[in-house]
Design a protein around this ligand. Structure first.
Ligand SMILES: C[S@@+](CC[C@H](N)C(=O)[O-])C[C@H]1O[C@@H](n2cnc3c(N)ncnc32)[C@H](O)[C@@H]1O
Length: 309
């Protein structure tokens, strides 16, 4: 690891990783509907719980994702904040002390995770409101009602992006800030490398070789899309590297957190349990080999936020 001299942030990017990304990450990405998200991924909080736990416990960047968000949001403490796709309020719990004189509105279309958010924030001092709905229909909210609007790691599920961004502009006060966090398509490259190499060894169907669904609006293409709706779009990127010295937590991250890099995201009659058992065995063997060789299995993250005004 080196340090980026312009930001003092850790820099895990190397020419070797860049070359690997070009060879490994497919141009086409998975696309999932918001219904699939609600009925399969977020019917309970298990997927969110695994990801939040692993991202936090195994990171090597001392600045957490939440720390980056707090820095980006420039809160005075009195803002009215709307969080689109708020999930189980993992982010909001950490932001709340920075909004002591403000309000929080969390919106999500999955009832189970919204209930977990309500439960997590119950009885705290900042007034909270919870809305079950889709981020592209904010008709229940008034014009110019919010100083900050967030959409973190969720925009790829929203059916109508144009309508969503038009609505965000409508509900935002003049001088407000829209904070949208997503990934570069080659984020977590080493996980995709182990996954695709295993699929190749197994002669798996070609339609499983697709990049993360975040490719729909990623750090690479997002500025162009957002620039059609906002006068100013600034990209703030940061990197992290998860390091695993035991294969167990990574395998949970891969299987439960990422549905085998989306291979098990949709019911598929071609792929039975034996397929996924063999896939996991092959991925695990690669992770174990990396740990034996390097002392850890590294998963490098390229993530960041668009700050839109
Ligand atoms: C990966 S989670 C991110 C949760 C949270 N923003 C965070 O960063 O921890 C994606 C969230 O988006 C929600 N979601 C999916 N489609 C949505 C939509 N059309 N409108 C609102 N929320 C949606 C899911 O239910 C889920 O809670």
């Amino acid at each position: 690891m080196t340090t980026n001299p312009e930001t003092t942030e850790p820099n895990f990017r190397t020419p070797q990783l860049d070359a690997l990304a070009r060879g490994v990450i497919p141009a086409e990405h998975f696309t999932f509907s918001t219904e699939t998200a609600r009925e399969r991924f977020f019917k309970d909080t298990s997927m969110l719980d695994v990801k939040q736990d692993v991202h936090n416990r195994f990171r090597t960047n001392p600045q957490s994702m939440i720390g980056h968000m707090i820095a980006n949001l420039e809160l005075t403490g009195a803002e009215d904040l709307l969080d689109l796709g708020c999930g189980n309020a993992f982010v909001l719990e950490h932001l709340r002390p920075h909004l002591a004189g403000g309000t929080i509105t969390g919106l999500d279309n999955a009832p189970a995770v919204l209930q977990a958010a309500r439960h997590r924030m119950h009885g705290t001092a900042t007034p909270c409101r919870w809305i079950e709905g889709s981020a592209d229909d904010l008709s229940m909210l008034g014009d110019h009602a919010f100083d900050r609007v967030m959409a973190n790691y969720m925009i790829h599920y929203v059916p109508d992006l144009d309508r969503c961004f038009t609505e965000v502009r409508r509900v935002m006060r003049p001088g407000g800030l829209f904070h949208l966090t997503t990934d570069r398509p080659d984020s977590m490259l080493e996980m995709y490398d182990a996954h695709f190499a295993s699929l190749r060894e197994m002669g798996a169907p070609v339609d499983l070789f697709k990049a993360t669904p975040k490719g729909r609006l990623s750090l690479d293409n997002g500025a162009g899309i957002l620039g059609q709706h906002f006068e100013q779009v600034r990209k703030v990127v940061w990197q992290d590297q998860l390091r695993f010295t035991d294969p167990g937590p990574f395998m949970r991250f891969y299987e439960v957190g990422h549905n085998h890099c989306c291979a098990s995201s949709e019911p598929d009659e071609r792929l039975d349990e034996a397929f996924f058992t063999e896939l996991r065995d092959r991925v695990r063997a690669k992770v174990v080999a990396a740990i034996e060789q390097n002392g850890h299995f590294a998963v490098t993250k390229f993530t960041g936020t668009f700050l839109c005004r």
